[in-house]
Design a protein around this ligand. Structure first.
Ligand SMILES: *Cc1c(COP(=O)(O)O)cnc(C)c1O
Length: 402
């Protein structure tokens, strides 16, 4: 029986790289898939739908409002556009041209990622500060709060902060500093779910806008995301993302979502119009958020541990050392496979390339390839895939001459 991919001549793969976009991200739970399919059967007003999603996201995150975006990267662009243009349709019209507007986001050098393109798309400009001298081996310190303060000037519009469990300076100290200068803090927390507690953590600390991916640990649609935070910014996001072909006089957006009384007119399609999100994706994201926030994914972490233990056991005797990494809270367990490259006569890079070949190819996480370590991320594993994974690993890393 051929599936939709094979029909098109595309092989399916075993994705143990994890939630990476290039290998399709996390597989959606059946509840999400069926909710999306049900959503496809009726029409709704997209304004009503996003307004309701906003209220739901607000309840779950503790933010004033929320928005379903087409990914965390889109959340960053829309968030930056909202911070730059506010509720002024005239400024919205001009983006990404920010001549004469405040457009600088101060960011620590060590918080820069390939996603800072998302800020520049909106017309934002990144002002880099600080160092990580621990990483460069040149010293003991990392970026410090005063370095942000020293870079703030009359063009500064906000602070960009990339959240990880080890981000420096601590978000609390950045927020405290930003309050002093009345600057909003936009937090990129794309990959920070799980743990569930992070849904509320950054908002609770006082972040103005927080971006999460929908297609990573949330297991929603791959091209979905969340932006949550201040109500006025979310209204600006809606105005710059939604289809705006409306007559002002008869336009009735829910007042708690878009305060019509505060805007002088309806902007044309905005900078975010290309980051369109469908009703099916909005329902899919909301369904995934419901499952995740109510702890429904928690038992999976136990099952995932079992799969990884089985893989480790079955690799016994091969020229490698399996190492199971069990996190403290409700996060993903991981299996590190440390290759004995001398005995194997194969580097981590070669091993990963060989695993990818054929049908099905196995795509491992390549974060530690430079240490000749393959990482197995279990989010997409089930009984059948675990068995195929084991066979392929033995085939490539085993002794049999090929
Ligand atoms: C994954 C990721 C993004 C992008 O998320 P998408 O939902 O794929 O758009 C942005 N920032 C960071 C730090 C990420 O890890």
């Amino acid at each position: 029986m051929t599936n939709v991919y094979e029909e098109l001549g595309v092989r399916t793969i075993i994705n143990v790289a994890g939630i990476s976009t290039r290998v399709g991200g996390a597989l959606m739970p059946p509840e999400v898939v069926s909710a999306m399919s049900e959503a496809a059967k009726s029409s709704v007003s997209m304004t009503d739908l996003q307004a309701a999603a906003s209220r739901f996201i607000a309840t779950i995150t503790g933010a004033e409002a929320g928005y379903v975006t087409s990914g965390a990267s889109a959340s960053l662009t829309l968030g930056a556009a909202a911070i730059i243009a506010g509720l002024d349709p005239g400024l919205m019209e001009r983006l990404p041209n920010t001549t004469g507007m405040k457009n600088e986001f101060v960011v620590s050098r060590e918080h820069r990622t390939g996603y800072d393109h998302a800020i520049r798309v909106a017309g934002g400009k990144l002002t880099e500060v600080g160092m990580n001298e621990q990483l460069s081996g040149a010293g003991v310190r990392r970026t410090e709060v005063w370095e942000f303060e020293a870079a703030i000037n009359s063009n500064t519009v906000g602070i960009l902060y990339t959240a990880t469990p080890t981000s420096e300076p601590p978000l609390t100290s950045i927020i405290k500093m930003a309050l002093k200068y009345k600057l909003p803090v936009l937090v990129d927390a794309a990959g920070q779910l799980p743990p569930v507690t992070n849904l509320t953590k950054f908002i609770e600390l006082g972040a103005d806008l927080v971006a999460f991916s929908g297609g990573k640990g949330l297991r929603g649609p791959q091209s979905s995301g969340i932006l949550c935070g201040r109500r006025d910014y979310i209204a600006s996001v809606a105005l710059q993302n939604m289809d705006m072909d409306e007559y002002f006089d008869i336009w009735d957006p829910p007042e708690d979502f878009i305060p019509k009384s505060n805007i002088i007119g309806i902007p044309r399609h905005g900078i975010g119009r290309g980051f369109k999100i469908s009703k099916e994706e909005i329902i899919g994201l909301i369904t995934a958020l419901k499952l995740f926030s109510s702890g429904k994914y928690r038992p999976n972490y136990q099952v995932q541990q079992r799969y990884l233990k089985l893989v480790a056991k079955r690799l016994t005797g091969l020229k490698l050392e399996p190492k199971l990494i069990i996190p403290k809270d409700d996060q993903f367990p991981l299996l590190h496979i440390i290759l004995d490259t001398n005995a194997l006569k194969m580097s981590g890079f070669e091993a990963s390339r060989k695993l990818k070949l054929g049908a099905p190819g196995v795509f491992v996480s390549e974060k530690l390839l430079h240490e000749n370590t393959l990482i197995i991320h279990p989010i997409n594993l089930d009984d059948a895939r675990t068995e195929i994974l084991i066979e392929k690993l033995i085939d490539v890393l085993g002794d049999n001459e090929r």
